[in-house]
Design a binder for this molecule. Structure first.
Ligand SMILES: Nc1ncnc2c1ncn2[C@@H]1O[C@H](COP(=O)(O)OP(=O)(O)OP(=O)(O)O)[C@@H](O)[C@H]1O
Ligand SMILES: [Mg+2]
Length: 459
């Protein structure tokens, strides 16, 4: 069982929306998933449950929420109670959140230093969330647990993160978000270290299961809905370019010495799904499952399909990081025909074409993106004019939905080709370890080729 928390102390970046949609996606992919709402705002719970169910649960004295599970600790009468598990769908469960959970904050703060004195009661409080989750995961046989937390660095979140094996950071590409990242990385490191110190002091008790507290960051998701629409593209690009470095400096331990590709930790760039989101909330469904009866008609139909692909690809990247087997659907994999412009990252960093000469005097070109990574290479041309025509052809055809084709190499790796209208291959990618990485490569070519300038190094 893997536990993943969605964390950023900045509010409104999309933690809850991500947790909600990924929980649905993983459950659809036959991965038994338990969603846990540890945010006292309880937004995740209101996304999953309709008003009638909420009333039932919340007016029930809190017994059927996460608060009900930790309540015996609050009244100091004993240990946690097994948490209530709300079934949502096949392979999907929720431990509902509770506004009352904020009352637990003080008890957690009080007990954190007491762990250093090996006090068993202090460990029971500090690990309450982890142990409640562990009980629920065993009962449901969940393979994946997704935790949503509130936007702060308080004791509830420290305890939620200690319960987590992994952390995913949703963020907005703006100054405040990036400043926030600089505080977030060190905070995670401090919590991890603080827990290790306490872990070593813990009393050995069979009935006191302790988390590792590894809270390993698996990467970030850039959420475009949180950026101002009228902001100049340049400002947006500047922040986008800065994220990988800030992430590596603050979250990797030790910071990465080699330049990794931006895609290694950028798990996705999610667009603003606009009216799909309120429609999803109203229907208590993920955006990618909306039907015409929910109001998804006309242009929404294509948007729903594109949203499905976006979340399927994101889920596949997350499962890769968590080492959970995951298969992409044929409709996402089948680039030809199904790949549409709507999946293209709208404002990506422009790349550059380089025209080069091989040792035997022939010409070829490469397309690289902002960070210098080559994303497409041509074949060899005898004449320079033909190579330049090839570049023009790449520019034009990169905008065609069915010009890309994913292929499997004999060594099991994946690559894609870009074809002209007449079927001639005009570019080929590097090798990728997975189909989802390959799709991201396609997105990069599709988003940057048309606007990339040519650098001629042959004359
Ligand atoms: N990709 C998206 N497209 C459109 N709207 C979105 C998208 N992601 C999130 N939103 C909307 O943005 C708002 C904030 O999102 P969300 O509640 O998920 O953020 P959060 O980080 O959980 O906030 P908090 O810190 O308050 O818990 C919500 O109204 C949500 O519906
Ligand atoms: Mg939230």
């Amino acid at each position: 069982m893997k536990i993943l928390a969605f964390f950023n102390n900045k509010g409104g970046v999309g933690k809850t929306s991500l947790a909600y949609h990924l929980a649905w996606m993983f459950s659809e992919k036959n991965i038994p998933t338990l969603a846990v709402d540890l945010d006292p705002q309880a937004n995740l719970t209101t996304m999953f449950l309709d008003e009638q169910k909420l009333e039932e649960i919340w007016l029930d004295g809190g017994e059927r929420t996460i608060y009900g599970s930790v309540a015996p600790l609050m009244s100091r009468v004993g240990d946690i109670a097994p948490p209530h598990i709300e079934p949502i769908a096949h392979n999907l469960w929720l431990i509902p959140g509770d506004l009352t959970l904020s009352r637990f904050e003080d008890l957690l703060s009080e007990n954190w230093p007491k762990c250093l004195d090996s006090q068993e009661a202090a460990f029971r409080v500090t690990t309450a969330f982890f142990r409640a989750i562990s009980i629920a995961a065993k009962q449901t046989k969940a393979e994946l647990v997704l935790i949503d937390v509130g936007p702060n660095l308080g004791a509830i979140n420290r305890s939620a993160l200690i319960a987590s094996d992994h952390v995913l950071l949703p963020l907005a590409p703006d100054l405040f978000s990036l400043q926030g990242l600089r505080n977030l990385g060190p905070t995670l490191k401090e919590w991890r270290k603080g827990w290790r110190k306490r872990y070593d002091e813990a009393p050995q008790r069979k009935d006191l299961e302790l988390p590792n507290g590894s809270m390993t960051p698996i990467g970030y998701v850039v959420m475009q809905h949180s950026t101002r629409e009228n902001r100049p593209v340049k400002a947006y690009q500047r922040w986008m370019e800065k994220i990988p470095e800030i992430y590596e400096d603050n979250f990797l331990d030790p910071p990465s010495s080699s330049q990794s590709t931006p895609d290694e930790y950028r798990l996705a760039l999610l667009k603003n799904y606009r009216s799909l989101m309120p429609m999803a909330m109203e229907n208590h469904k993920p955006m990618f499952s909306l039907k015409s009866s929910d109001g998804a008609i006309g242009s929404h139909i294509e948007a729903v399909k594109s949203c499905y692909r976006d979340f399927e690809l994101l889920a596949s990247r997350v499962s890769e990081k968590l080492k959970i087997p995951f298969t992409l659907s044929k409709r996402t994999l089948n680039v030809r025909g199904s790949y549409s412009k709507s999946t293209i990252i709208p404002t990506s960093l422009p790349g550059a074409f380089s025209l080069k000469k091989s040792t035997d005097g022939q010409y070829y070109f490469t397309l690289s993106r902002g960070n210098g990574e080559t994303i497409l290479s041509s074949e060899l041309y005898k004449h320079k004019e033909s190579a330049i025509a090839g570049i023009e052809s790449v520019r034009k055809n990169s905008l065609r939905a069915d010009a890309f084709e994913i292929k499997k190499a004999s060594n099991g790796m994946f690559y894609f080709t870009l074809k002209a209208m007449n079927g001639q291959i005009i570019g080929q990618s590097q090798m990728y370890s997975s189909e989802s990485h390959c799709m991201i490569g396609i997105q990069a070519v599709a988003a940057s080729a048309f606007n990339s300038n040519l650098k001629d190094s042959t004359s």
